[in-house]
Design a protein around this ligand. Structure first.
Ligand code: MTE
Length: 345
């Protein structure tokens, strides 16, 4: 059982507070071939994860191979590392985490987000927080990134498709943002919304590219889940701002839930009285629930959730058992007292 690991906490400054198209890659066919993905369908349709070739990923970071072999990464966040003790989770290599993505606004193949989001504009960016609150507000996200006390947290990350990674996220607890707007007693749920901008997001323009989703992508949490200290508003990873493919400039991370809850590129948060609609539940209500807590005892209708392919350092993803609440049972189980954990929610 891993404890909540707070690796570092610091004030930091960004000279150019933006993500930069540092690297971009184009050779889609070679990439798909190397990943063994030529004929693999859309992610949440449950396709098998390919073997991940370390050498191939390393080559994407290579400086000698010309601009067409590059992917976009973030700008370094200047923060002190106060980590102690060392977390017991081995990190997934950064290049894998930023090239193997689900972000259907940029396409449904795992390599599409990194390829199709290279020109995504994330500055300026505002976040509206409203609904059942005393003090609705509009947050300048880059101001927040520059002024907040950011924490680095290494979390397990488990996708409903049965692959997992260990990622060092940087962000602030969601409850810190929410308590500023003073939720009223009617605020029972929190609804999140991704940017809607079909000009920038090809998947929003074409139902084919966007996997048939009705955009904008929406997600939700119960208010007590949102106030839990593990729920993080993420602004960075691997010591840098988020690259677009990972949800720049601001995304959610609830590590005890399946990855589709961690909505990316958020522009709006509403506190609401009723359970809000959520994208994957709308699309396939018999397959994806509102709570979507990681649970090895409850299979997806089309595949087992008992184990996962861990995408780590090796060339091949390693199979490992999936943990209840993704290893955060001690921290979050009390939120679900009275719910039958053998059931699907
Ligand atoms: N948010 C938006 N707006 N659109 C998406 O398609 N995909 C979700 C989630 N957030 C998604 C999203 C899914 S299914 C997963 S598993 C994670 O993002 C993937 O995050 P990653 O690409 O950083 O690994």
């Amino acid at each position: 059982m891993s404890k909540l690991i707070i690796k570092s906490k610091s004030r930091h400054s960004l000279s150019e507070n933006d993500v930069t198209p540092e690297e971009v890659f184009k050779d889609r066919r070679a990439i798909l071939k190397a990943m063994g993905m030529g004929a693999v369908g859309a992610g949440l349709a449950g396709g098998t994860a390919p073997a991940l070739a370390q050498g191939f990923f390393d080559s994407l970071f290579g400086q000698d191979e010309g601009p067409e072999r590059k992917v976009r990464t973030g700008k370094p966040l200047d923060f002190e590392n106060l980590q102690s003790p060392k977390p017991d989770l081995k990190l997934t290599p950064e290049i894998k985490a930023i090239t193997y993505n689900n972000f259907y606004e940029f396409g449904t193949q795992k390599t599409d987000p990194a390829m199709n989001s290279k020109d995504f504009q994330v500055k300026p960016w505002t976040l509206e927080i409203g609904g059942e609150v005393e003090k609705p507000t509009t947050v300048d996200v880059w101001e927040l990134i520059n002024s907040a006390d950011l924490e680095e947290r290494i979390y397990r990350f488990r996708c409903v498709e049965a692959w997992s990674m260990n990622i060092p996220w940087i962000g602030i607890e969601l409850n810190k943002l929410l308590s500023k707007v003073k939720p009223t007693s009617k605020a029972k749920y929190v609804a999140f919304q991704t940017l809607y901008d079909p000009e920038q997001m090809p998947g929003q323009k074409s139902r084919y590219l966007g996997g048939g989703i009705d955009y904008p992508y929406v997600e939700g949490l119960r208010i007590d889940e949102a106030m839990h200290p593990l729920a993080l508003m993420v602004v960075g990873m691997y010591g840098k701002t988020l690259p677009p493919q990972n949800g720049a400039p601001l995304r959610l991370m609830t590590p005890w839930k399946y990855g589709f809850k961690s909505i990316k590129s958020i522009v709006k948060i509403d506190l609401v009285e009723k359970m809000p609609p959520t994208t994957w539940n709308i699309l396939a209500p018999h397959e994806y629930g509102f709570y979507a807590n990681v649970n090895p005892k409850v299979d997806h209708p089309r595949w087992s959730q008992a184990s996962e392919r861990h995408i780590g350092e090796g060339a091949i993803a390693r199979r490992q058992p999936t943990l209840m609440f993704n290893g955060y049972e001690e921290e979050v189980a009390s939120l679900y007292k009275g719910m039958d954990l053998r059931k699907w929610y």
